[in-house]
Write a protein that binds this ligand. Structure first.
Ligand code: 5AD
Ligand code: SF4
Length: 476
């Protein structure tokens, strides 16, 4: 498993998605998303299904007929955020008892009917594979019945649905290529909330990329819990049932990446998340071959110690991970690399924590997403190991990891100063309307004076200064 809650801008967490369309039923949908990119991408499917049924969207939940929260279950605090939010919606129900409140996504899947019992104001509970059923469930709830569908599917990929691009910048978009996860990392709840891994028909992926380009989009991010395990064979058969011959003829991730890169040289391609045990040199060579595949890899390490990695059931050792890093540096010398790290996993010793720090020193990540271990019900770790690292120790180790990463990020951005970077403009910078922001190939944010440039343009920017996370420069 990997999860993908990086890159979703923290400020966007919980942001309502909004799209103005012509009213047809007059019913208004308020849709708020938490968690990973996959969840935000799913919300675009949900919106597509309901807009097709005549709904319009609103950013004001107080005027909504249907309030949906697409939830995350990855850590305890993610769930707490949603519980607090549900209290805000209580007021709407008091004013408008007909309003329907629904919980979607991973937390719905994890808690199932328990949600309806515990949270009296919730009318609908829907897991990530049941969104096609939403119109029926809403009808049931409007008739006063509690409605639930948390059935996980082995086939559903929503391949035929065109996501409604919500709240975006019109330049960058997500395309989901796989759903679910078969990895069973011992700390992770995702295999339980998102079910078995399945790959989506490559033709529908390429078509979606093509249509986005035609609409003016200039960057797509291919999404999956573990993109490297993407495999498509004819009728969408599962990997386990494929013969060796069928496997040899199937389309793997490197081949899919190439197909998407060929859509147009001006369409940038990114992907997330890679898995160290599955990332092949073939993928790296494909990245090197195509200018428009961005030189950026998110490769979660979780821990720098082999014993801890074994307990985490990650399927690789410290040595293996470092060898993958060496392959990236050799094949794509200027690749941006980021990671995920967990501190204080069950029984992690001080020395083992030091191994994580020393690995970070060796790799020098551009960015990292760092977390304290949070025990999740039903996971392998919850069943097999004791969550025995004291909270203050987890926290202190996290601080050490965060401080080291800040130092490394600053080193990485400093190394980019003085060079020219090709930047895809995403829009105005947060701090000033006179400045534009975009990203370089390595996924680092670059800001520069607006002049006559606009979003969607590619601009060569000479970087003159930096902070630990942002490059600042001038167009040349
Ligand atoms: N506790 C802390 N962090 C976790 N992650 C996943 N599960 C847990 C957990 N139980 C982190 C991993 C993953 C990222 C998205 O979230 O680092 O890669
Ligand atoms: Fe995404 Fe679900 Fe993982 Fe949260 S728990 S990060 S919503 S896959």
């Amino acid at each position: 498993m990997e999860s993908l809650n990086k890159i979703i801008d923290e400020s966007k967490q919980g942001e309502a998605l909004h799209l103005a369309t012509e009213p047809t039923t007059g019913k208004k949908l308020f849709l708020e998303s938490y968690g990973c990119q996959m969840n935000f991408s799913d919300s675009e499917i949900v919106a597509s299904i309901l807009i097709n049924k005549g709904f319009t969207t609103t950013q004001n939940y107080e005027e909504a007929d249907v309030i949906f929260v697409n939830t995350c279950a990855i850590r305890e605090n993610a769930e707490q955020k949603v519980r607090n939010r549900l209290n805000d919606f209580k007021r709407v129900k008091q004013k408008n008892p007909k309003a329907v409140v629904g919980v979607l996504g991973c937390m719905a899947e994890r808690l199932k009917a328990q949600f309806l019992e515990q949270e009296k104001l919730v009318d609908i509970v829907v897991g990530p594979d049941a969104y096609r059923d939403l119109p029926n469930l809403i009808e049931e709830a409007e008739d006063g019945r509690k409605a639930i569908n948390v059935i996980l599917s082995k086939e559903e990929t929503y391949a035929d649905l065109t996501p409604v691009r919500l709240g975006g910048n019109g330049v960058t978009a997500f395309i989901s290529i796989t759903r679910g996860c078969d990895n069973m990392c011992s700390f992770c709840v995702v295999p339980f909330t998102r079910g078995r891994e399945r790959s989506r028909d490559p033709e529908t992926i390429v078509k979606e990329a093509h249509d986005l380009f035609e609409q003016g989009y200039r960057e797509v991010t291919l999404l999956g819990q573990n993109v490297d395990s993407y495999l498509w064979s004819g009728g969408g058969l599962k990997k386990e049932v494929l013969s060796d011959e069928q496997k040899a003829n199937a389309i793997n991730f490197a081949q899919l990446l190439e197909k998407v890169a060929l859509v147009h040289p001006d369409l940038r391609v990114r992907f997330s998340t890679s898995h160290p045990k599955d990332m092949t040199d073939e993928v790296l060579h494909t990245m090197a071959k195509y200018e428009n595949i961005c030189n950026y890899i998110h490769l979660p390490v979780q821990s720098g110690n082999t014993r801890v990695l074994e307990l985490m059931n990650r399927g690789y050792s410290r040595q293996w991970y470092l060898e993958r890093m060496a392959a990236i540096r050799t094949i794509i010398p200027d690749c941006g690399i980021s990671t995920d790290i967990i501190t204080g996993f069950c029984s992690e010793t001080e020395e083992e924590h030091q191994d994580t720090l020393s690995l970070m020193e060796l790799v020098q990540y551009d960015f990292a997403f760092m977390f304290m271990y949070s025990e999740r019900p039903k996971t392998l770790a919850e069943r097999k190991y004791k969550d025995d690292i004291a909270e203050d120790v987890k926290k202190r180790r996290l601080t050490e990891v965060v401080n080291l990463q800040q130092k490394n990020s600053a080193l990485r951005t400093k190394a980019a100063v003085g060079k020219v970077h090709r930047v895809l403009v995403e829009g105005p910078s947060k701090k000033s309307e006179d400045m534009l922001m975009g990203r370089n190939s390595q996924n680092t944010v670059v800001v520069f004076p607006k002049a006559y440039f606009k979003k969607g343009d590619y601009v060569n920017v000479r970087v003159e200064s930096c902070t630990s996370t942002t490059l600042i420069g001038n167009a040349i």
